[in-house]
Write a protein that binds this ligand. Structure first.
Ligand SMILES: Nc1nc2c(ncn2[C@@H]2O[C@H](COP(=O)(O)OP(=O)(O)OP(=O)(O)O)[C@@H](O)[C@H]2O)c(=O)[nH]1
Ligand SMILES: [Mg+2]
Length: 435
């Protein structure tokens, strides 16, 4: 049975946003994060009618905010005719329940809001399945929480009430559906994998970055294509790949994919693992950053952390600071000087005005020409064609002959390696075996 993907009903929804300032977070941080939440809320097509913040040393275990503040928000919701309260942080299931009891409104936390946007933006079968998987995993994590909570109150095993039985059934149904979705996604992934394999001989570049940094706009600029762009968060959910011939005549592929965001639980990212496969396998990452954003350093950190989560942290990366047109010249020069200290080889471009946009291609060509691979190959003597290819295109570090094979340790430009990837995969020896 299909479980419906939950979407926030459009237009008529009116929300109050709530942020909490704790001892560990400054008011500035909270306000900035709420600004992002407001953008997310608008992207989900929900009207923001009020924004509330509270200061507490730590979150309240039962209400997240104080219970008095919760009552105050209930009053505001009535006055402003708001039907949803959106929290800028992720709530525990019991906080969620207690808050909806006090406010008599639907409570949504940051992850749920992001998932609603994903649900609205999913276009392909793969991303629809991924969104459903992420939503069920979200629900499951909450059911589990609820379970512990209730079993503690009710005295645990043997004292389960009807509500808990329902939870148990839901949990089983959800687990079944999760298993089903995972196997469907694996099927799609297998066919994508075949497609990717057919392109393994081409140098691949992936655009990564915080959501709304301008990744899709840059893809359009450098490949003259027409990928959807919008001043929205998560405008792109699926991966698009385009081919490009560089001025050196080398062909590369460039892919654009889902953006990253702060405070998103790792299992939600994991649901998009298949979409991010292109990033995981890329030869080069272009990390796009909105230079005009006051929180750019935090955004850069988020992207680095997310890349680590998906196992792509050690890839060659070029930092591309975009939207330079949005800064006054003096401010731009000042920020650029600072950024160059931290990221010496970074680029500064505007996808809007096209200023410096050609620098991206120049930098890619530079990486391409400098990328080399060290491999050990064991080639049958009768494959003279491939042996000549190696002699013509690589630096031979050592070689040994016998009657049947020539065994060589070579350093070869990546582009020449890729052009003959099939032969390399056939003849390559892992260095461990060689020892
Ligand atoms: N001023 C200015 N705006 C830009 C620039 N590049 C992109 N934008 C705008 O920034 C917004 C986001 O651009 P996208 O290309 O959709 O960003 P993205 O990184 O693909 O975002 P997601 O797919 O949502 O993660 C759009 O409104 C673009 O028009 C730029 O260089 N200058
Ligand atoms: Mg995009």
């Amino acid at each position: 049975m299909e479980l419906p993907i939950h979407k926030i009903e459009q237009k008529q929804d009116r929300a109050i946003l709530v942020g909490l300032q704790t001892d560990e977070r400054s008011l500035y941080d909270v306000e900035e994060s709420l600004w992002e939440l407001e953008h997310l809320t608008r992207t989900a097509q929900v009207e923001v009618v009020q924004i509330e913040t509270q200061h507490r040393p730590t979150p309240h275990p039962a209400y997240f905010i104080g219970s008095g503040k919760a009552k105050e928000i209930a009053k505001f919701a009535k006055q402003r005719d708001a039907n949803i309260i959106i929290f800028d942080d992720n709530l525990t299931p019991s906080q969620d329940r207690n808050l909806s009891k006090v406010t008599k409104r639907r409570i949504i936390d940051r992850s749920q809001l992001i998932l609603d946007i994903f649900a609205q933006h999913a276009q392909t079968r793969q991303s629809k399945l991924q969104v459903e998987l992420a939503q069920l995993q979200y629900n499951l994590s909450r059911l589990k929480g609820q379970w512990t909570h209730l079993s503690r109150i009710e005295g645990g095993i043997g004292l389960r009430g009807p509500g808990e039985k329902q939870l148990e059934i839901d949990r089983r149904r959800i687990n079944d559906r999760i298993a089903h979705l995972k196997s469907k996604l694996e099927e799609i992934e297998r066919s994508n994998e075949t497609e990717r394999k057919s392109r393994k001989d081409i140098f691949s570049v992936s655009l990564v970055g915080y959501t709304n940094a301008g990744k899709s706009t840059i893809l359009n600029r450098i490949t003259s294509s027409n990928q959807y762009t919008a001043n929205q968060l998560f405008a792109t959910l699926e991966t698009t790949t385009r081919a490009k011939t560089l001025s050196t005549n080398d062909r590369i592929i460039i892919s654009d994919t889902i953006g990253f965001i702060r405070k998103i639980p790792p299992y939600l990212i994991a649901s998009f693992h298949a979409t991010l496969q292109e990033v995981i396998e890329a030869d080069l990452l272009l990390h796009i950053i909105d230079i005009s954003h006051p929180k750019l350093y935090e955004y850069i950190d988020t992207v680095f952390h997310t890349l680590k989560d998906i196992g792509a942290e050690n890839k060659k990366m070029i930092m591309v600071f975009n939207k330079i047109d949005r800064l006054p010249r003096n401010k731009f020069l000042f920020i650029k000087k600072q950024l160059r200290l931290d990221y010496p080889d970074s680029l500064f471009v505007s996808a809007k005005t096209c200023e410096n946009i050609n620098d991206i291609e120049i930098a890619v060509i530079d990486v391409l020409s400098r990328s080399k691979k060290e491999v050990i190959v064991n080639i049958p003597n009768n494959d003279q064609k491939f042996i000549s290819y190696i002699f013509d295109n690589s630096e031979i570090l050592n070689k040994r002959y016998n009657n049947e094979f020539v065994r060589m340790k070579i350093r070869i430009p990546l582009i020449f390696y890729k052009k003959q990837i099939k032969n390399f995969l056939r003849y390559q020896i892992r260095s461990k075996k060689f020892k």
